[in-house]
Design a protein around this ligand. Sequence first.
Ligand SMILES: NC(=O)c1ccc[n+]([C@@H]2O[C@H](COP(=O)([O-])OP(=O)(O)OC[C@H]3O[C@@H](n4cnc5c(N)ncnc54)[C@H](O)[C@@H]3O)[C@@H](O)[C@H]2O)c1
Length: 245
Amino acid sequence: MNGVRGPQRLSGKVAVVTGAAMGIGRAVARTFADEGAWVVAVDVAPFDRDYPLVEQRFLDVTSEQGWADLADHVRTRYGRVDILANVAGVIGYDPLDELELAEWERIIGVDQTGVFLGMRAFLPAMLDAGAGSVINFSSDWGVVGGVGVTAYNAAKGAVGSLSRNAAVTYAAQGIRVNALVPGWIRTPLTDRQPPDANARVIGSTPVGHGGDPADIAWACVYLASDESRFVTGTDFVVDGGFLAT
Ligand SMILES: NC(=O)c1ccc[n+]([C@@H]2O[C@H](COP(=O)([O-])OP(=O)(O)OC[C@H]3O[C@@H](n4cnc5c(N)ncnc54)[C@H](O)[C@@H]3O)[C@@H](O)[C@H]2O)c1
C-alpha cells in the first residue's frame, strides 16, 4: 500500500493448496505466495492465469495415485513440504430421505476422503522434517446442522474429528493440524446457491454481511506460519460470529 513491506510471514516455506483454481483456495494460494511461500496449487478445474511463485497442477483429491504422484513431484522439485491446505470441497443440498448413495459418496469422497488422502500423502515428509502445518477445511456446517446439506454436514464434521485425531497423534513430532471453519464467504460456490438461501445465512451472521476469500486466506497465513506454533487441534472459526449466536 505504501510501498514498504514488512517481513514476509511464510518466507521460503513450501505449501500445497487444493481447490486452488477459484474461490477460497485461490485466495489462499495467492496470499501464501504474496507472503513468500513457494506454492503448489492443485485443482480439477483449469486455472485462469499464472501467478508469481504459484505452480499450478491438476489433482483430483479423490485420487490416491494422484496424491502419490503429487507428493513425489513436490519432494523432487522442492525437497520438502511445510504447509498442506486441504481447501477443495463440494456441497449438495439433498435432505437425507432423498439423498442418493452416489451423491453421498461424491461429497464424502471430495470433502472427507480427499482430506484423509492428502494428509496421508504428505505426513511422511513432514514427519521426516519434524515440522509441518496442516489446514483442513471444515465449515460452520461441520459444527452445527444446516437444513438439507446432509452429506456436506457429515463430511465437514468428520474433517473436524479427523483433524483432532491427527493433531494429537503427531503433535509431539512437530506437526500441527487445524480445521478451518469458515462462515458464509462470497465465492463461486455461494454464487451458485439460491439467493434466498444465501440471504438466510447472511441474515443470521451477527456482523451483518458475508466474508471474502481474503478473510479466510489471512487466517490460513496465521495457521501456516510459525506465529501459530502453539495452535493445534482447533476448530479455527472465521465466520462473522455465526456460531456464537
Ligand atoms: N464459500 C463458503 O461460504 C464456505 C463456507 C464454509 C466452508 N467452505 C469450504 O471452503 C472450501 C472452499 O470453498 P469455496 O467456496 O471456495 O468453493 P468453490 O466451489 O468456489 O471452490 C472449490 C474448488 O475446489 C475444487 N474441487 C472440487 N472438487 C475437487 C476435486 N475432486 N479435486 C480437486 N479440486 C476440487 C473446485 O474445482 C474449485 O476450484 C470448501 O471446502 C468449502 O466447503 C466454504
